[in-house]
Ligand binder design. Structure first.
Ligand code: ATP
Ligand code: MG
Length: 662
């Protein structure tokens, strides 16, 4: 039988946890054994970290698989867990959010204040007719009101649907319509790249096409002039004048908490539904375990936008349920200068930093002199999420941000999984650069071949999850069939292979010789070259391991002799000369470098040196668009693209034929 996915890259570096962190870690190696012994009892103990108004009767009801129910019969209030219980325990004066606006204005929001604002927003929403089960769309910049809006919905049992503030009117319209949202919470605008960026006109355009919307709440942020209609209410006149008294009612563990659309890297976005008890249990536990968060002393910063699942789970629900102090930043990393992120780390003495590979590679492109200009000595742990992190980017992150000594947690998860699933434990794992390592305690992950059989160590294939987990998606909003079709029909019971339901994540992966898991990119992007299935990630990592390359994307393009051939797009590092002959030489050098690192089968047919890559608004590379370019097709759906002019740049370069045939 043919291999599902080739294993070409061999990485031998490995880094033990710092001794001090290991000695004081929140979670030790025992957790793996405890969870393996009794997985459901393990999750019950983690649920016990929360405040429940009513204890559950059953941990997991999987009788209607793949539709799960966790903590059946239990009742809790998410906002109570994130706010009230900290205030009641006397921690009201503790800072919840150090907020930094892009222009440099700041706000310090304590738990008491976040609680008060959330109660006021809960009362205001109730006055506008919002009741439990109603949907509320949230379209806001990175301001504290974004967290308040989400928590207020959770508090009254309304289901929020956060739409990233960079999305167009059409994208917003579709999402409001898909969920029949009754209220939209927005702002006049936010600050991006040094200037106000309006949001309200986009909402006006969308609401005109969305009869379900009865009211629009508008936060004043930029102070720019906005059009006004009968549905509109200023936040400061409505929320900030409402009563701060509000008693949180408990909701069923399976009450819908939110809908969030996937980022659309591969296909039409899916409205992922998350519910209450299991979701909060796992986001809360993983924040504690993976970031080793010590709420009394740590200053945590997750650089994601609230519009993505990372912002939901690791800005709002995970950190706040643990009583963390965190930084929230409104703007872009290069405004007003390329050191802004490091300046923020320095200013707030950030200890735990969670960011994305795209950002790390951008920093590599800008050069290590920039972080070197700031005092980053407060940092004690670094995290990564969103894409595979290339070993060289991992090493750069550790070297130039982590002083060559900090642990890095490479966390694999998805909108669908709700919380981190595969990651090192920072006080336990001897991490390998580029590997997410092992499933967390209580999670059962595997890599399987086409037949759904576990691959041996050293083998590649498809990443699957073999057991349900608390924060799993419950369905795709309004589309149970697409839910079953997309995630449960490839392997296991849903494919008529045995009795067990197996979740198919859509990602390729391999197990190395020690059984550690390496993510290899999306299955849809795998390249079939002369009968070998080659992962995009490994070829990209090989390119990034060349000292002149900061970032790379590869795709398979139809080829008359090999079936598909590898076409690579590479962004050179800061000072690299790529003009004329130097560029040609670099391309030849890169092709040989890949062949030497991974073997001749992986040698790209063609390499293009480009200034940027097409990315989704969450910063992920959109390979399907590059495939269109490489095969000279007109471009597919570009609505989730961050900057569509990038594609013109790349397409025009393509005509220049920077190919280098043997
Ligand atoms: P769509 O499903 O609509 O195409 P998307 O998959 O980009 O969008 P997300 O749910 O935000 O939307 O992204 C999850 C995906 O991101 C994972 O399936 C995986 O491909 C990738 N990913 C996230 N974290 C990691 C990681 N640490 N290592 C490797 N890949 C990762
Ligand atoms: Mg996905």
């Amino acid at each position: 039988m043919s291999e599902a996915l080739a294993n070409l890259l061999n990485e031998t570096r490995q880094f033990p946890p710092p001794a001090e962190l290991a000695a004081n870690a929140n979670v030790t190696a025992d957790a793996y054994a405890e969870a393996a012994e009794d997985r459901l009892a393990f999750w019950e103990r983690q649920a016990g970290r929360l405040h429940w108004a009513r204890q559950w009767d059953q941990v997991l009801d999987w009788s209607n698989a793949p539709f799960a129910k966790w903590f059946v019969g239990g009742q809790l209030n998410v906002a109570y867990n994130c706010l009230d219980r900290h205030v009641e325990a006397g921690r009201g004066d503790k800072v919840a959010i150090h907020w930094e606006g892009e222009p440099g204005d700041t706000r310090t929001v304590t738990y008491a204040e976040l609680h008060r604002l959330t109660c006021q927003a809960a009362n205001a929403l109730t006055d506008l007719g919002v009741t439990a089960g109603d949907r509320v769309a949230i379209y806001l910049p990175m301001v504290p009101e974004a967290a308040v809006a989400m928590l207020a919905c959770a508090r009254i049992g309304a289901t929020h649907s956060v739409v990233f503030g960079g999305f167009s009117a059409d994208a917003l319209t579709n999402r409001i319509q898909d969920a029949s949202a009754k209220v939209v919470i927005t702002a006049d605008g936010g600050f991006r790249r040094g200037k106000p960026s309006a949001l309200k006109p986009t909402v006006d355009e969308a609401v005109a096409k969305c009869p379900s919307v009865e009211h629009v709440l508008v936060v004043r942020r930029t102070g720019e002039e906005v059009a006004w209609s009968g549905k509109d209410h200023w936040w400061h006149e409505t929320v900030e004048t409402a009563s701060p008294e509000h008693t949180a009612q408990p909701f069923d563990a399976e009450h819908p908490l939110y809908i969030l659309y996937t980022s659309g890297t591969t296909a039409r976005p899916k409205g992922i539904l998350h519910t209450t008890g299991g979701y909060l249990t796992q986001t809360s536990y993983t924040t504690h375990a993976v970031f080793d968060l010590k709420p009394e002393t740590d200053v945590y910063w997750c650089t994601a936008d609230i519009g993505w699942v990372t912002g939901h789970s690791y800005i709002v629900y995970g950190p706040l349920s643990n009583g963390a102090t965190q930084v929230m930043y409104e703007g872009t990393p290069d405004t007003p200068h390329k050191g802004r992120f490091w300046e923020i780390v320095d200013k707030y003495k950030v200890t735990l930093l969670y960011t994305a590979p795209t950002l790390i590679r951008t920093m590599m492109k800008w050069g290590e002199d920039i972080p070197a200009g700031y005092d980053l000595s407060s940092l004690r742990l670094l995290g990564s999420v969103g894409e595979p992190i290339n070993p060289e980017a991992w090493i750069w992150y550790r070297q130039h941000v982590g002083r060559g000594e900090l642990p890095i947690v490479d966390t694999w998860w998805q909108t669908e999984t709700g919380a981190i699933m595969i990651s090192p434990l920072p006080g336990v794992t001897h991490a390998k650069p580029g590997s997410a390592m092992t499933a967390l305690p209580g999670i059962v992950a595997d890599v399987v071949d086409d037949q759904g059989q576990s691959v041996p160590n050293g083998g590649g294939g498809y990443l699957v999850l073999r057991e349900p987990w608390p924060s799993m998606l419950r369905t795709i909003w309004g589309d149970d069939n697409r839910f079953i079709e997309t995630y449960w029909s490839r392997f296991g019971a849903g494919a008529n292979h045995g009795d067990d339901w197996v979740y198919f994540a859509g990602d390729g992966a391999k197990k190395d010789d020690d059984g550690h898991i390496w993510l290899l990119g999306r299955v849809d992007d795998v390249m079939l070259v002369s009968g070998h299935n080659i992962s995009t990630t490994e070829v990209e990592s090989a390119l990034v391991s060349h000292p002149s390359v900061a970032e790379a994307a590869v795709v398979g393009a139809t080829d008359p002799t090999t079936g598909q051939a590898i076409v690579a797009f590479a962004i050179p590092r800061g000072s690299t000369d790529i003009s004329g002959e130097a560029g040609e030489r670099l391309i030849a050098d890169l092709r040989n470098h890949v062949a030497k690192t991974l073997g001749p089968i992986a040698k790209p047919r063609q390499i293009m040196l480009v200034p940027e890559l097409p990315k989704t608004r969450s910063g992920k590379i959109m390979r399907r668009l590059l495939r269109d370019v490489a095969e000279n097709r007109s471009l597919g759906d570009v609505t989730t693209l961050q900057d569509s002019s990038v594609m013109d740049l790349i397409s025009s370069g393509m005509g220049g034929g920077k190919s280098d045939e043997d």
